[in-house]
Design a protein around this ligand. Structure first.
Ligand SMILES: NC(=O)CCC(=O)C(=O)O
Length: 270
């Protein structure tokens, strides 16, 4: 099969974890009804994005409430469910983790954010994930009957080598649960997603929470799918939304034949 449909659920995130789960469940159900084969949620979709929240919202695999819900929903709707990310606890460590479940409800992948978001732009935004979170250390994929899918989380996308590795290992789609902010979002969100898609001639799907101006960390929104030509296929604004797009693998192959960027690399020189 060379075409399949994906949906990105740009859900709002509240302080109330149970409400966040209800919101995610309703969005996944809508995406399933729309006929999507793969559905994805935003970064930290069950928890406000702030280091003071991570520990109390964190869950352990496999018994965590969010984790069990994601597995059950993937099975119920028989789809690939990329569970955004949640704070995950293992022993005493906390991670920013994406759990991926397949159509039988089975765990297919677990990506722990590798590049922690530690930035300081005076007067605008300061954030230090490394004060509470431990980084992961793997490049993460899973296989579907459609194509291989790579997973990264938000700031991971800033590092071109990371996405390039996924493309070289055969990922045709990279899914990125993310939460850019109101400083870097307008400046870099679309540019970065399109650049990673174009350089690697892949589809790139980035999913943000909806914007909440009253939150401590205001997410940019604008969940989007970029294509292998570097084009924007579909993009939300800042409001809650479900972004649906067709992934056309024949088109991807055609672009790679006509403009064989990956074949023309000279790694022996660089
Ligand atoms: N949650 C994150 O990793 C935020 C990354 C971000 O905003 C950026 O500009 O990069």
């Amino acid at each position: 099969m060379s075409n399949f449909q994906i949906s990105l659920c740009q859900t709002p995130v509240a302080d109330d974890k149970a409400l966040n789960l209800q919101t995610a469940k309703a969005a996944i159900e809508m995406a399933a009804l729309a006929g999507s084969h793969l559905v994805a949620l935003p970064e930290m979709f069950n928890c406000p994005y702030g280091k003071e929240y991570f520990d109390s919202y964190a869950e352990e695999f496999p018994q965590g409430k969010t984790i069990k819900l994601l597995s059950a929903l993937a099975k119920k709707h028989s789809l690939y469910l990329i569970g955004g990310s949640i704070p995950e606890k293992e022993n005493t460590q906390l991670y920013n983790t994406c759990f991926v479940f397949g159509p039988e409800g089975q765990l297919l992948a677990r990506h722990r954010k590798v590049h922690l978001f530690d930035i300081d732009i005076p007067g605008q935004i300061s954030f230090k994930e490394s004060e509470t979170l431990t980084p992961g250390d793997t490049v993460t994929f899973f296989d579907t009957p459609f194509c291989r899918v790579g997973i990264a989380i938000c700031y991971d996308i800033r590092f071109p080598e990371f996405t390039r590795l996924m493309a070289l290992k055969g990922a045709n789609l990279v899914v990125l649960p993310a939460a850019f902010n109101m400083t870097t979002g307008p400046a870099h969100w679309e540019l970065t997603m399109r650049a990673r898609a174009l350089d690697n001639q892949i589809y790139l799907a980035a999913i943000s929470p909806a914007r909440d101006q009253t939150a401590n960390y205001v997410a940019y929104g604008h969940s989007m799918v970029a294509g292998p030509w570097g084009n924007v296929i579909s993009q939300a604004n800042a409001n809650p939304a479900i972004v649906t797009a067709e992934i056309d693998l024949a088109q991807l192959s055609k672009i790679r034949e006509q403009l064989p960027l990956l074949k023309h690399r000279k790694p022996e020189i660089y």
